[in-house]
Design a protein around this ligand. Structure first.
Ligand code: ASP
Ligand code: ZN
Length: 692
């Protein structure tokens, strides 16, 4: 109802000097929460002019925010419709992560004006043409607005968390799917995030200059058209002269390539031989796979820590770069680097140059060497994650065999070096001090053992906190600040690191650490800190937990977006009584299946972000999800079909859990009047669907 809506107005002057009237429309009580979205919009418009040469075409650009919305937002021409969670922010109610998400989604929808609206998709099979490429564009924007490396790390962590599981399970499908019952079910991580990585690989293969030429050509050729993925790739080929025949496989072949990397250094000859092989496992409907064409951005780190010049045998260049792209196209390939006079440690797939899983033969010492010396910050982080993952997998195995786990003092010291390194950005430190998630550890196991994973991770966090206690406390103290809140990347990074220190210290699980979390919560002057305190407390066994949750609810029950956070911290709690709480919360007067944000804050948060309790051995987590999905299906089949993908990992667990999950999946399929949406997802997950 237009009369009820209000909000800020602004103007943007385009590169060619045209004036665009900007407006954000919200309800009166939210009018003070639109400044950041407006600012993000103006920065997006400018960025698209500068980076892609894309100017806005109309005289008006409006955003309207609504509370009941299935997706994040929709790019309707000239009037974007937004989920209010992705518009409304003020320091008291929104976290730094919310700010970053708002910035990214405002940009995403704005960028759709060119990649989505002016050039749209010929048919739904081409969805990645607009979504994958637009995610690629908004990721680039976020990298330019935030700490670049951390932005990239976050994007990759997100891809791995969602897309890698999808690509390895019963829902695996190519970036350009070949069949569907409901296209709603193909707004997937594969179409979006892997689609984005495919665009990123094109840029790495073409180089920045030719890539820009190619996007210019694409915009010029297809403006005003309904285009195809083939049109996009053809523009890339025509602008660069590069043959992308094999590369097209990324659009048609599902599954994540697994890369094996091994190196051999011949000291006498000064030659380093790097062998890469690739294999993609069969996926539903695609029993055999072809090798993919991918860019491997890489470097060699010398024994002294210096980057070594990269000369491939037969190269004829005066100056050798110390960072370059080699192309993997075959099932196995060997690259011979000459003039390598010290033992190198390879740094491969820098910046995650291809969406693959890499298995290498590096030692723990090699990983520490990369953590300390790699010029590629992404791979410094990656080396620490792989190191931590291997350590944790060893601890899990030991626990499963009732054996004591090996301690690794070097890992703890590597963590200390990160914490104390003055040259590192606080946002990066906060990221690097986070151990691999429970889900990431699950992906690395043949049979996921959610309890052992949780215990090992908790134990290692505690060991870190015990050894680094005084450093963590000092860092926590130093980062405390009275400066007025700004959602800037710098401040957000400092808050993230301070909250990470608090979170690590809380794993000590002493009265002192409980007091710290409680004091942190009570003294917070912004939602980032308040929620950080609350989420830590929500997993602890302390009376402060109930006090804090009650106080938070009292204070914020009038604000729906903040109340969503209250549900979410409880749904993701690691406490052993979480399932009981989650079931109670589903009966809470503030809970509703009708509001997608509220429902997601309980059901999706629990299913996607609580691996341990969703996969509880007694099947109660599965039962909860099945009940909720069946009830939701009657009200909102679109979201039911999307959330049901939480079950996609069911065959990765032990037989007892599989049996419990199967019963739930069967119960859903037996429901009469099931929507096509939920039917399609659940039948594909169960392996009972026949699309032909
Ligand atoms: N096209 C939207 C987006 O990704 C999602 C939707 O269709 O609701 O921006
Ligand atoms: Zn989109």
């Amino acid at each position: 109802v237009a009369g009820d809506l209000t909000g800020p107005l602004d103007t943007f002057i385009t590169a060619s000097g045209r004036k665009v009237q900007l407006g954000i429309y919200v309800r009166a009580q939210d009018a003070d929460k639109c400044d950041y979205a407006m600012d993000s919009l103006k920065r997006s418009m400018k960025w698209d002019e500068e980076v892609y040469g894309r100017e806005y075409d109309l005289d008006v650009f409006n955003i309207v925010a609504v509370d009941d919305f299935n997706a994040g937002a929709m790019e309707n021409k000239g009037l974007n419709i937004f989920n209010s969670a992705l518009v409304l922010a003020k320091p008291e109610t929104a976290t730094d992560d919310d700010y970053e998400r708002i910035e990214g989604v405002v940009a995403h929808e704005y960028f759709h004006n060119w990649t989505g609206n002016r050039i749209t998709c010929r048919d739904w099979f081409q969805l990645c043409l607009k979504e994958g490429f637009t995610v690629y564009r908004d990721n680039g924007f976020t990298e330019d607005m935030r700490e670049k490396n951390v932005a990239r790390i976050n994007a990759v962590a997100n891809l791995r968390a969602r897309q890698f599981g999808e690509d390895a399970g019963p829902l695996a499908h190519p970036v350009r799917p070949e069949s569907y019952i409901k296209i709603d079910n193909f707004y997937t991580s594969t179409v979006y995030e892997k689609g984005s990585e495919v665009a990123g690989m094109l840029k790495a293969l073409l180089g920045a200059e030719d890539f820009r030429k190619a996007t210019d050509l694409y915009f010029e050729r297809h403006d005003g058209e309904a285009a195809t993925v083939e049109d996009f790739v053809k523009s890339m080929e025509d602008a660069s002269g590069k043959d992308l025949t094999q590369f097209r496989g990324w659009y048609s072949q599902a599954g994540t390539p697994h890369i094996k990397a091994s190196g051999k250094w011949d000291e006498a000859a000064g030659i380093y031989e790097l062998t890469l092989s690739q294999e993609t496992k069969p996926t539903p409907g695609q029993p055999t796979k072809n090798p993919q064409h991918m860019p491997v951005t890489m470097g060699l780190v010398g024994a002294s820590g210096a980057a070594l010049p990269l000369r491939l045998e037969g190269d004829n260049v005066a100056e050798a770069a110390d960072n370059r792209v080699v192309e993997l196209t075959q099932a196995a390939q060997t690259f011979r680097f000459t003039g390598i006079t010290e033992r190198p440690v390879p740094s491969l797939f820098r910046g995650f140059s291809a969406p693959v899983v890499v298995e290498d033969d590096l030692s723990a010492a090699d990983r520490r060497h990369l953590m300390a010396n790699d010029t590629d910050a992404f791979n410094r982080w990656e080396a620490g994650q792989t190191y931590g993952r291997d350590l944790l997998l060893g601890m899990i195995k030991a626990a499963q065999n009732n054996q004591p786990a090996d301690e690794d003092g070097d890992f703890i010291e590597a963590m200390r070096s990160i914490l104390l390194d003055e040259s590192l950005d606080p946002a990066f430190k906060a990221r690097a001090l986070l151990l691999p998630t429970e889900q990431a550890l699950g992906q690395a196991m043949d049979t996921i053992d959610p309890d052992a994973i949780h215990d090992a991770r908790k134990q290692l966090s505690k060991t870190i906190a015990t050894n680094l206690k005084s450093d963590l406390e000092a860092c926590y103290e130093n980062l405390g600040s009275d400066e007025p809140f700004s959602p800037s990347a710098e401040q957000a990074g400092r808050r993230a690191l301070r909250n990470r220190c608090m979170g690590l210290l809380s794993t000590l699980d002493t009265d002192e650490s409980h007091e710290l979390a409680f004091a942190h919560f009570n003294s917070a002057t912004n939602m980032t800190d308040e929620l950080a305190g609350l989420s830590v407390l929500a997993s602890l066994q302390t009376p402060h937990r109930d006090t804090a949750l009650a106080a938070f609810y009292d204070k914020w029950q009038h604000d729906t977006l903040v109340t969503d956070k209250w549900f979410r911290v409880q749904a993701t709690s690691s406490r052993t009584d979480t399932i009981a709480h989650v079931n109670e919360l589903a009966k809470h007067p503030a809970y509703s299946l009708k509001n997608p944000n509220r429902m997601r804050s309980l059901v999706a948060a629990f299913g996607f972000f609580n691996q341990r309790h969703f996969n509880a051995a007694d099947g109660s987590g599965y039962e909860f999800l099945a009940d909720q999905l069946l009830a939701l299906d009657k009200l909102n089949p679109l979201v039911a079909g999307r959330i049901a993908i939480v079950f996609e990992t069911w065959q990765r667990f032990d037989e007892a859990r599989q049996a419990k999950a199967k019963t739930c999946l069967q119960r859903i399929l037996n429901q009469s009047g099931l929507s096509d949406n939920l039917f399609e997802t659940v039948s594909r997950i169960s392996g009972t669907e026949d699309l032909d």
